[in-house]
Design a protein around this ligand. Structure first.
Ligand code: FAD
Length: 470
């Protein structure tokens, strides 16, 4: 007899299953794809022997996840690698800003912006233990209202507004803008400062690490732990209608609204169905993976020690790129996010060889090939990059959606994370639905995008309370 079914084996699906299994439930996870992990998988996308991350690559929220911190994932094979520099942000003059794990070292390198860095990102770092629950959970009565109110006032601002008022140097503003641009929104929008502050603080709270062997190792560790609790994961088992599932007290869907409606829409009252239909997906991404014969020849030495490199030059350029993309235009110089894991984890490529991972934002469902534009951005800061390329793999928005039905139009956040949709993901009900025992546990619920498993954990906690009275 099954107690609970989870549809989808992304990090949130697996986390929901683990939380349910920990409470003694018999859980089965059905995964549509032949491989487990959703947005947390690795594969030899280019040449045999080169292990690429298909989706997530850098994992600040995974190492900091309040739920995963309680799990024996190291014993299940997960090993974190912390690059010496979390983030490199190069400029056209051949120099770069580097963000290190140490808050004080990073601030000291920012010259006259050092104090402002400590007052903004540093304050979030200092108060993180008190605001973590509010940032990584559903809306609730705050335990520590004062630090949260202070964070909230800054977080609600736009990244451009905060950067221009807090920092004096264009370089610091650009670095902050690059971090905030992870939010897939124009940087003049409310709440984009919050993305920059939170993600920036993570550099110093637990770092921006990579898992040894690639992101698949996170999935493997979660799956092993689930299995040790008696849970089961069945791959290549797409659910096409929830009526066909084996009987269970609770069904948790690691799905965004569109695929959820496809399999369960007929169960919902019209008003709820319409709310899900109105859920807004955001811009997409165009992703490239490279097999390389040598490390990327960055002009700025700092970037050779960085796990992640942001390519966009100035704040103005990054802001213009994000705004144009949001408005449906293709830019010639897109903001590019790049990860270079083999500098720190040689196990992922043959001796002396490397892999690199990068993407830029594009209008939703765009069909424009961005490969040349992305490579030109890399060449701009690392002349000779193209000479190192052995092979490439390209994922356009349509490929991303094909590969994972949650990511409509290539939107890797499974829905816009703006003020309107932040607390009411995907509706004001968050995890629950009007159907008793049916829950949503994907990144389309709070706290949203990222590899942390907290959406799954919160959905499972609610299901346990309502359906299993634990
Ligand atoms: C290109 C890219 C880069 C990213 N980079 C990062 C990063 O560096 N760091 C970071 O923290 N996050 C990153 N993310 C985001 C992160 O991957 C997601 O936020 C996260 O995976 C969401 O987890 P989830 O469990 O909600 O859903 P998903 O990981 O999307 O998993 C959902 C699962 O449900 C399955 N499914 C769908 N429909 C069905 C069905 N009908 N039946 C059965 N199974 C079904 C899917 O196949 C999938 O396995 C990236 C995402 C992408 C796409």
């Amino acid at each position: 007899m099954i107690d609970a079914v989870v549809i989808g084996s992304g990090p949130n699906g697996l986390s929901a299953a683990i939380a349910l299994a920990q409470a003694g439930c018999k859980v089965v996870v059905f995964e549509a794809e032949p491989t487990i992990g959703g947005g947390v998988r690795s594969a030899e996308l280019t040449v045999p022997g080169f292990v690429h991350d298909i989706c997530s690559a850098v994992h600040p929220f995974a190492i900091a996840s309040p739920f995963w911190r309680t799990l024996p994932l190291a014993a299940s094979g997960l090993e974190w690698i912390e690059p010496p520099v979390m983030l490199g942000h190069p400029f056209d003059d051949g120099t770069a800003i580097e963000v290190e794990r140490s808050l004080n070292v990073t601030a000291a390198r920012l010259g006259r912006d050092g104090d402002a860095y400590l007052n903004t990102i540093g304050t979030v770092v200092k108060h993180w233990p008190r605001i973590e629950r509010a940032v990584l959970g559903p809306f609730s009565v705050p335990e520590h209202p004062l630090p949260l109110a202070r964070f909230g006032l800054q977080a609600l601002r736009s990244a451009e507004g905060l950067a221009r008022s807090a920092f004096k140097n264009e370089r610091t503003r650009a670095m902050f803008g690059g971090i905030a641009a992870h939010g897939l929104m124009p940087l003049d929008r409310a709440l984009t400062a919050g993305i920059g502050l939170t993600l920036g603080a993570m550099c110093h709270v637990r770092g921006w690490p990579i898992p040894r062997g690639g992101s698949q190792q996170i999935t493997n560790a979660l799956t092993r732990h689930l299995q040790s609790l008696g849970g089961e994961v069945i791959a290549d088992a797409r659910v096409t209608n929830i009526d066909n599932l084996p009987p269970a007290k609770a069904i948790l869907c690691d799905l965004s609204p569109k695929p959820l409606l496809q399999i369960a829409g007929h169960k919902f009252p019209r008003s709820y169905r319409e709310k899900l239909e109105r859920y807004r997906y955001g811009i997409g991404v165009f992703k490239v993976d490279w097999a390389l014969t040598a490390p990327i020849p960055w002009r700025a030495g700092e970037c050779r020690r960085a796990g992640t490199v942001h390519l966009g030059g100035t704040m103005n350029e990054i802001a213009a790129s994000e705004k144009a993309t949001w408005e449906g235009r293709i830019v010639d110089r897109p903001f590019v996010l790049l990860s270079q894991p083999t500098l720190f984890d040689p196990s992922r490529a043959p001796v002396g060889k490397h892999v690199a991972w990068a993407y830029c934002h594009v209008p939703r469902a765009s069909t424009v090939n961005m490969l040349d534009r992305i490579e030109r951005q890399i060449e701009r800061f690392a002349p000779g990059f193209r000479d190192c390329v052995l092979a490439r793999s390209v994922l356009a928005p349509a490929d991303i959606e094909t590969h994972n039905a949650n990511l409509v139009g290539g939107d890797i956040a499974a829905g816009v994370t703006d003020l309107r949709q932040f607390f009411t993901r995907p509706t004001w009900r968050n995890y629950s639905t009007p159907v008793k025992g049916l829950y949503i546990c994907s990144a389309s619920t709070p706290p949203g995008v990222g590899v942390h498993g907290m959406c799954g954990y919160h959905a499972a906690t609610l299901a346990l309370k309502q359906m299993f009275r634990t």
